[in-house]
Design a protein around this ligand. Structure first.
Ligand SMILES: [Mg+2]
Length: 267
């Protein structure tokens, strides 16, 4: 049972993990300190459940919840569940619903290929990932990446058709991601904060660390936000957030520690 009324949410790539080496070594001392203080470290990532689970075990965060697929699904360890709940809670829509809607839209003439239409081998070709990693990215809970085979105007029509099913599109680099409307890393933080107070009978404060545009909603929802330096993609923060967000001087896990030092010197 968490004693300290504090939850820490973290992005992975470019935040807890170094952008190039994927190492979190500089954060080891802080990770150990959080474990000793019984403070849940909650991964909040665009990665899938399968991609995150091995890493979560290595980091020693398996007994904390974990947010995957950009806030669309939350993995709950047993003591964070309520009656009837399974290990995965999806916010808005699960992959079964999304794929049924996509099948309908394909029947209406929209042309696209989703991860659910192809093998992991094909996903490896699309993404450039080695096959074992492509297999992990291929297993979806609540978002479907697709290759769009028509023009922008048709994508607009497709997005409008999805809206009738409370779904939307989010543009990634190569893929268009189909997911529930109004779902992001910030909504997932708010959901877990509420679940914490339901389960443990008191409020908690949330510290969040991220380095990308898809982390802004999470940082905005946090009491103690940390934007980690990322020279490759400078993130523009909304004015309200900029005024209270700690911006690190260092990138990656070194910056991550700097953010914790700033907010938690006394833990
Ligand atoms: Mg990142």
């Amino acid at each position: 049972m968490p004693r300290a009324a504090l939850l820490i949410f973290t992005d992975l790539d470019g935040s807890l993990l170094d952008h190039h080496s994927y190492s979190w070594a500089p954060a080891s001392a802080w990770l150990a300190q959080l474990r000793r203080a019984n403070i849940p470290l909650i991964i909040n990532s665009s990665k899938t459940r399968a991609e995150v689970s091995a890493l979560s075990a290595e980091l020693g965060t398996s007994d904390a919840p974990c947010v995957v697929e950009n806030g669309a699904a939350i993995l709950l360890p047993p003591r964070w569940r309520q009656q009837q709940e399974g290990a995965v809670v999806t916010l808005g829509a699960d992959i079964g619903h999304i794929r049924r809607v996509l099948a309908e839209l394909r029947a209406q003439g929209f042309a696209f290929e989703g991860f659910g239409d192809v093998t992991p081998q094909r996903v490896a070709e699309w993404t450039g990932l080695p096959l074992p990693k492509a297999k992990l990215a291929w297993q979806r809970e609540a978002t479907e990446p697709l290759l769009w085979h028509e023009n922008e105007q048709r994508l607009e029509a497709f997005t409008q058709a999805l809206a009738q099913h409370q779904l939307t599109t989010v543009r990634g680099g190569r893929f268009v991601h189909v997911m529930a409307k109004d779902v992001d890393k910030g909504r997932a933080l708010i959901w877990l904060k509420a679940r914490y107070s339901t389960l443990f009978g008191h409020q908690c404060r949330c510290l969040a660390l991220g380095d990308g545009a898809n982390d802004i909603a999470m940082l905005s929802a946090a009491d103690m936000p940390v934007l980690i330096r990322n020279d490759a993609s400078r993130v523009q923060l909304p004015r309200e957030l900029k005024a209270r967000c700690y911006l690190t001087r260092e990138a990656g896990p070194t910056g991550w520690c700097e953010g914790l030092d700033h907010w938690l010197r006394k833990v």
